[in-house]
Design a protein around this ligand. Structure first.
Ligand SMILES: [Zn+2]
Ligand SMILES: [Zn+2]
Length: 284
């Protein structure tokens, strides 16, 4: 069984109901954490504590190192104490620096009192390359994306795709084709997208935001063209209130009906023969 819990659906800034990027994927007998934003803090909530109790090993897979995806790494000593933790991210082949060097610089005095390599857990760091990677029998495919700093699109065992912090790109269609669940960042609604396009006609600089993030209409087209089963809109824009986010979900459904907005505290079950969604916490 594959089960995904949303711990943090927001990009950039945690808001009242939404933490920054973090998804918890129970994949057979493995616990996979996609990105480590402030959403890691939700492991303090009883429903997420229950998930954690079942596993002594966790695999944290990072799309890149912007802080809305990595700040929660400093919470690991509390929630993952005495567990076996594997952290995998883009390294030498993409950044010209090893994952160990990148993270040892990020999580060390004077920025955090306890250096990463002194965390009280059995910790192993892994380098992800573009293409196929295997970590403990988990197949992780990646693509290089267009973002302010390099980010990678992630595909777990051809089933769940995690595409965040990227411009919309045709290569994503081929990469995610036929997957069961596509998590794709959705930063601009139609209104903002139209403004960017309009202003871009007189000033090419105005188009720049579309080189690092994605508009909802293009995201839904990717899901449709790639024939995925379900599209979940993630890495939401904290500038938008819930009403505007719901309108964005509606716009996605018009292009790709099986679209849904990620909501912190919800989980999504992909079983072999049936799939169901369950809400474990109501939207506040
Ligand atoms: Zn981000
Ligand atoms: Zn980013």
């Amino acid at each position: 069984m594959v089960k995904l819990a949303t711990l943090g659906s927001m990009g950039w800034i945690p808001t009242r109901n939404r933490h920054t990027c973090c998804y918890c994927l129970e994949y057979g007998n493995k616990l996979i954490i996609l990105d480590a934003g402030t959403g890691i803090a939700r492991f303090d909530e009883p429903w997420a504590q229950k998930i954690l109790q079942h596993y002594h090993k966790a695999y944290v897979i990072l799309s890149h190192y912007h802080l809305d995806h990595a700040a929660g790494l400093i919470y690991l000593p509390h929630f993952f104490k005495d567990k076996e933790v594997h952290i995998a991210g883009p390294g030498q082949s993409i950044y010209g620096q090893r994952v160990t060097d990148i993270l040892s610089r990020l999580i060390a005095p004077p920025y955090f009192g306890r250096p990463l390599l002194d965390f009280p857990m059995n910790l192993t760091l892994h380098e992800l390359v573009i293409g196929a990677n295997i970590i403990d029998n988990i197949r992780i495919d990646t693509i290089l994306q267009e973002h302010n700093d390099p980010s990678i699109g992630i595909k777990i065992d051809n089933t769940v795709c995690y595409i965040t912090d990227t411009a919309c790109n045709q290569q994503t269609v081929d990469f995610v084709r036929g997957c069961k669940l596509l998590l794709h960042e959705t930063w601009f609604d139609i209104q903002d997208y139209n403004t960017i396009i309009r202003e871009g006609k007189s000033s090419p600089d105005a188009m720049k935001p579309l080189k690092s993030h994605s508009p909802v209409n293009r995201v839904a087209e990717i899901a449709r063209d790639a024939s995925v089963e379900t599209l979940m809109l993630i890495h939401l824009n904290p500038v938008y209130d819930e009403k505007r986010l719901s309108a964005m979900e509606k716009a996605a459904k018009e292009i790709f009906p099986n679209s849904q907005l990620a909501v912190d505290g919800q989980y999504f079950i992909l079983a072999a023969k049936e799939r169901e969604e369950k809400k474990v916490r109501s939207r506040k």
